[in-house]
Ligand binder design. Structure first.
Ligand code: GLU
Length: 323
């Protein structure tokens, strides 16, 4: 009785103060990204920065978390530990349709928000390991990527398409992308795979060290694009890595888009606000990381296989980007 009375008095006081009312409504959202040397982490930071600039309007407070990347992010969104996350388009497709890590367990609550920058399956190898082609990875120590990353399955797909058995033909490691450049430089691995947007700090770190490295081309991608609809041909602009030994080569590989995903359980007004602010501040957003420079409003509606979140759809219709 006594407690109820205090609560009632406090309630009335808060209702009249106004300040208490505004505080109580803040919505906290966390965006899952990837390793701190990749592109997801600064991209998540850029999204949070733009959304937080409108704190007064939406009362949304966004924070960013460094994570194991695509697969981890999707799983954490599905369990309610994260509200948003960045994930490769191939992983979005697989999770929604119950393939790969989600075999038989389709994630039907996964929702697409928008696409981000393209990513390329990037194979960095030490020059002294004699790896000039995918086939040269045989007998070598190669980091395929940590469990929870998107890139691990990409490495496996690419190697298998080149006839390499990842169990028998090489020693495959499962370390985090952020640790891979240092491990190459220390001579503990011969090379590593990273599916990432360009330019990024991780590949710069690996190619700028004492131990000379190249980015190995993955030229024969027809079997891959045929078997997996989400892969497409992409080029790595080597002018971004002037210290790589093959800086003058045209490096081709497979790629896909990075995407922002969420859950059907995240409220429409929250997803609407995030979508609207990124699209309406696109020029500022593009300046926050060089890998985002090529984004276009139309391109950001590609590569989305999970259903669009209704909050995002509402904005696209309002903006005339969708009928
Ligand atoms: N595409 C990577 C992955 O999902 C992450 C890349 C990044 O963090 O920029 O494993």
């Amino acid at each position: 009785m006594y407690k109820t009375l205090i609560a009632a008095v406090l309630g009335v006081a808060l209702a009249f103060s106004g300040a208490g009312r505004a505080e109580a409504k803040t919505t906290f959202i966390t965006i899952g990204t990837g390793g701190i040397t990749g592109v997801y982490y600064p991209t998540g930071g850029a999204i949070a920065k733009i959304v937080n600039a409108k704190k007064d309007k939406y009362n949304i407070r966004a924070t960013v978390e460094s994570t194991g990347a695509s697969v981890f992010n999707i799983n954490a969104i599905m369990s309610g530990d994260l509200e948003f996350g960045i994930a490769q388009a191939d992983r979005q497709y697989q999770a929604y349709n119950g393939l790969s890590e989600w075999e038989g367990k389709p994630q039907k609550d996964l929702r697409a928000v928008f696409a981000l920058a393209p990513e390329a399956v990037t194979f960095v190898a030490a020059e002294d390991a004699g790896i000039k082609t995918l086939a040269d990875a045989k007998g070598k120590v190669i980091n395929l990527g940590n469990p929870g990353s998107g890139n691990r399955q990409n490495a496996i797909d690419v190697l298998q398409a080149a006839g390499i058995n990842i169990e028998k033909d090489l020693k495959g490691e499962g370390i985090k992308a952020a640790d891979a450049p240092r491990m190459v430089q220390d001579g503990r691995i011969d090379g590593f795979f990273y599916t990432v947007g360009h330019p990024n700090g991780n590949i710069k770190e690996a190619t700028a060290g004492k131990r000379k490295c190249r980015i190995v081309s993955i030229p024969d991608i027809a079997p891959l694009t045929k078997a997996f609809p989400y892969y497409s041909l992409t080029h790595i602009d080597m002018s971004q890595y002037p210290e790589a030994t093959n800086k003058d080569e045209d490096v081709t590989t497979v790629g896909m888009l990075a995407t922002l995903v969420t859950s059907a359980k995240v409220p429409d007004d929250v997803v609407y606000a995030v979508t609207k602010e990124i699209f309406e501040n696109l020029d500022e957003f593009k300046k926050l990381h060089p890998a985002l420079a090529g984004l276009t409003r139309e391109g950001m509606l590609e590569g989305l296989t999970a259903p669009l979140h209704p909050g995002a759809e509402k904005y696209y219709k309002e903006a005339g980007l969708m009928k």
